[in-house]
Design a protein around this ligand. Structure first.
Ligand code: APR
Length: 260
């Protein structure tokens, strides 16, 4: 990676790399949604600086952990509901719509990619989706609103009406099995793209953070746009440290002020 002074050099380089690419796949993290008002996890003041993650094992072992997991879910879903997609979400949907991107791989669960106009079938959600829930034993689907009412009424974590198994929101917790189909689709996109654009991820969590490396090894160019350094910066063509919104406004000025 050539060392660029900040400013037009990097923006010009980002524009050039994007304009030379026909199969751009974005890999996004929580940093793409902070400008929509949703806190990320590892920035100062981020979610993990305030609370500890509930692991899958804790969820299975403790009624108290299950109730706390649900409480957090409903609280965060209200934050997601108030948030609006920002220019980064619009830009990625725009690239897909104009045929220059086969899809987006995200670690996020906030639903902003689809609300920003990305076709759902073009989105790979590696860490699940905050609007769905299922029984861990028989995989039966449950609606979140009904779950919230049941917990308010019964005061305990819900179990499956069919098999008695624990119901959990469809979000991948630390220690939980990754969704096989999504991982396979993510690696397929990584292998077919000619440029992987990482937006707003600290690239600390495996196996998700291996996706950009698979793209690089398959011959794609790697571009990282993040406020801080990441472990893959030194293998990238361009690691641009800056604000995602301001940077992409410089690349997609036509999208400034557009709202979904
Ligand atoms: N512009 C540029 N970068 C930003 C911005 C912004 N507006 N806001 C935040 N960032 C950067 C932060 O500096 C940080 O490096 O985005 C990165 C977000 O990193 P994390 O908080 O670690 O989020 P993420 O990489 O998505 O975490 C991966 O970990 O907690 C689990 O399952 C959770 O999906 C999540 C996974």
């Amino acid at each position: 990676m050539a060392a660029f002074e900040s400013g037009n050099g990097e923006l010009g380089e980002l524009r050039r790399l994007l304009s030379e690419s026909q199969r751009i796949v974005a890999f996004t993290g929580a940093g793409i949604s902070t400008e929509s008002g949703i806190p990320d996890f590892r920035s100062p003041g981020g979610i993990w600086s305030r609370i500890k993650p509930i692991t899958f094992q804790e969820f299975m072992a403790s009624e108290e952990a299950r109730l706390e997991d649900w409480r957090r879910r409903f609280e965060m879903n209200r934050v997601y509901g108030d948030a609006r997609p920002n220019i980064a979400h619009l830009a990625l949907a725009h690239l897909v719509a104009e045929g220059r991107s086969p899809g987006v791989v995200t670690q996020n669960i906030d639903g902003l990619h689809v609300r920003g106009g990305l076709a759902p079938e073009r989105l790979v959600e590696l860490h699940g989706n905050a609007t769905r829930a299922h029984c861990l034993a028989c995989r039966r689907h449950y609606e979140l609103d009904a779950i919230e009412d049941r917990i308010a009424a019964e005061g305990r974590a819900p179990r499956c009406e069919d098999c008695g198994g624990f119901i959990k929101s469809a979000i991948v917790s630390f220690g939980e099995q990754m969704p096989e189909d999504e991982m396979r689709r993510a690696f397929e996109l990584a292998e077919e793209c000619d440029l992987m654009l990482v937006l707003g991820s600290s690239l600390q969590v495996q196996p998700a953070a291996s996706v950009p490396l698979v793209a690089k090894r398959a011959g794609a160019r790697l571009v990282i746009l993040n406020r801080e350094a990441t472990p893959l910066d030194e293998v990238s063509e361009l690691a641009l440290q800056g604000e995602i919104g301001a940077t992409l406004a410089g690349v997609f000025p036509q999208l400034i002020g557009e709202h979904h």
